[in-house]
Structure formats: C-alpha cells, structure tokens
Design a protein around this ligand. Structure first.
Ligand code: ADP
Ligand code: MG
Length: 343
C-alpha cells in the first residue's frame, strides 16, 4: 500500500473543477453569477475562439477588498454564507466558494478589482502547486474584471473533450441568454472575436422585459406568446408562454427559473409537460419563459455543484400549482390574446 498524503491545493482544486468546470460555458456561468451577486448592473463579456482562448467578464459591481483577494481565489472561501442558517434561505447565486479556485487551477486566471471610484485597484493571480496568490496594484474603476485564458492548458485529458470553437461558443451564448432572461435590470454586452454580438439594455418595465425576451428568444416567440401571472398560496408563476401553434420540434425554447435561478428539474418538467399535453400534438415541444417564485426556505438549491437542480419541500403543492396554473392559462388563451394581435 502507498502512504497517505494530503493533496496539494492545486490538485484538490483541479479535482473539484471536474464538477463545475466542464467547458468554457461553465466558466462564463460562474463568472457572470459572481458579477450579479456583486450587484453589477452592467456586464461586458469578451470571448475569443469560443472561449477556448479567452473569456473576459467585466462588471461594475462591489469589487473585492485587497485583503480578501487571496481568499477569493481559495477553495471553501465565500462572502455569501457564514453559517448553516444562511444556507437555508440563500439569496445569492453562488455560495460554495469553489468556482474561482477551480477555474484558476485549470486555466490562466487574472482578476482585477476595485472597491472605490478613484481608479486604483488590485490585480490577483494564483499560481503554482500551492496556488499562492500574487497581488499587485493595477488601475480599475469600481467593479471587477476576471480574465480566463487557455482553459484546460494543464489538463490535456479535459482539453480533449472540448469541441469546435463554434460548438463551445453556442453553449456559451446559451448560458448568457439564460442569465440575461433572469435579470432584466442588468445590461449585457457580448462580444465574440472582437465583434459585438449582443447589446441588451437594462430595463424592468413589462415593455422592456418583452423587448429583451424578443431579443433573446427571437421576435417570433414574443409575437406568438401570451403573458401570464398567477399567484396562489404564497407561490407565483409568471412569464410568457407561446401558443400551441408555435410549438417546436425540439425542446430548445424552454426557460424555467426558480427564485431567479435557471433550473432543469424533473418535477417541474413533468408539471409543465402535463399542462401542455392536452393542447400539443405528440412529439411537439412547448416554448416558454417562466418564473416561479416561492418562499426560499422551502427550496433547497444545494443539490448539485452546478445548482441546475433543486429540491422542493412540498413537491405535491409545487407540482399542482405549476400544472394547474399553466393548464388554466392555456385553456383560456386564443390567438387574439397574443402580443402580435393586440399590438
Ligand atoms: P462563491 O461565488 O460561491 O462565493 P467563488 O469562487 O465564485 O465562490 O467566488 C469567491 C468569492 O470571491 C465570492 O464569495 C466573492 O466574495 C468574491 N467575488 C468573486 N467574483 C466577484 C466579482 N465579480 N465581484 C465581487 N466579488 C467577487
Ligand atoms: Mg461564484
């Protein structure tokens, strides 16, 4: 038998990275979520070669204190929860304190940040087996820029799993779209290989929300969609559902958010499918952008590192509410209700 040894921090981080950093789009998800958690109202995303070469996210959020920088890049270090009780009703997208440590163990990560408006800031880079953080002064307006280059440069086995630039870019764009639909009040600018792909302005009125949904999901979706908003027993379901006539051959236009977090959940999926069953032909898929809100202490988001799944305390009530809300809304709508007709 070999002797037992502690993993080096870098190796421990690389193992953890296996769970959260699958491809460039997973990096972008973590970076954007951090920016949103920091209260940013504007996100500038710069991508080169589908993210394989470079991903840069610049935000105007809170920034990070100089003395916290080494911790920001360490595993199990977070500013978002301090005790178990906080986990019961977590309001931020992140809380595991793993993303930056994981990413910086499998890519070249540089972080520049400032907590004030005098244009002075700090740059941090974590390197070596022990992942010691090197901090030096660097100019930056209030906010944070995280730059990730050469993903998986030191893990050839993982690198092999990356697909073409085009495929990786498509995944990444999907992540940006999902997040853009979760925060109408935040501006998103996405650039790929120096070309501006999307520039979505911030705005939270229903009109501005619908403008964003049309930008993200395509104008045809919005023209064929009805707005719904149903509230019962402390639960609320709102958003846009396309008429059955706008059904799809693939499940490619389905966005479901639980308390602002994009999720893919079996129970939710079942309730939605059931509601559409009566109005859709076999093999057709519904299109929707839906927001489900409920008491955060009745949902567990700490089910999986990527947080795509949730657990509800009261499965039955949640299923019934989603199913019956959608079922009734769909039974009532006619083509005259769509925005195209009412415009
Ligand atoms: P988590 O988001 O789970 O806390 P991360 O590894 O993603 O863990 O980030 C570690 C910490 O670094 C965060 O808790 C936060 O304090 C800080 N941080 C990361 N990104 C940003 C950002 N863009 N703006 C401000 N603080 C950030
Ligand atoms: Mg995070």
């Amino acid at each position: 038998m070999n002797r037992i040894k502690l993993l080096t921090p870098r190796l421990a981080n690389q193992i953890a990275a296996g769970e959260v950093v699958e491809r460039p789009s997973s990096v972008i998800k973590e970076l954007l979520e951090n920016s949103l958690d920091a209260g940013a109202t504007r996100l500038d995303i710069d991508i080169e070669e589908g993210g394989i070469k470079l991903m840069r996210v610049r935000d105007n959020g809170s920034g990070i204190e100089r003395d916290d920088l080494p911790l920001a890049l360490s595993r199990h270090a977070t500013s978002k929860i301090y005790e178990l009780d906080d986990l019961e009703a977590v309001a931020t997208l992140g809380f595991r304190g793993e993303a930056l440590a994981s990413i910086s163990s499998v890519a070249r990560l540089a972080l520049i940040t400032s907590t004030n408006d005098d244009a002075s800031g700090w740059q941090a880079v974590a390197e070596g087996r022990d992942m010691e953080t090197d901090v030096s002064p660097a100019p930056h307006p209030r906010g944070t820029t995280v730059e990730v280059r050469d993903l998986f440069f030191n893990t050839p086995a993982r690198r092999k799993f990356m697909r073409t630039e085009k495929t990786e870019y498509n995944h990444l764009e999907e992540v940006v779209k999902r997040l853009a639909l979760s925060r109408f009040d935040v501006a998103f600018n996405l650039r790929h290989n120096g070309r501006m792909v999307y520039a979505w302005r911030a705005g939270d009125s229903q009109l501005e929300q619908e403008r964003r949904v049309a930008q993200v999901c395509g104008p045809a979706f919005m023209e064929n969609a009805v707005h719904i908003d149903i509230e019962r027993n402390g639960m609320r379901l709102w958003g846009w559902v396309a008429l059955p006539t706008f059904s799809r051959s693939q499940a490619d236009l389905q966005h479901f958010y639980v308390n602002g977090r994009s999720i893919r959940d079996k129970l939710v999926g079942h309730a939605v499918r059931q509601a559409f069953q009566d109005v859709l032909f076999n093999g057709r898929h519904p299109a929707f952008v839906l927001y489900f809100e409920l008491d955060p202490s009745t949902v567990d988001v700490n089910v999986h590192p990527t947080k795509h799944e949730v657990r509800f305390r009261d499965n039955r009530n949640v299923h019934d509410f989603i199913y019956s809300s959608l079922h009734h809304a769909l039974a009532r709508v006619t083509p005259e209700d769509t925005l195209a007709k009412s415009a």
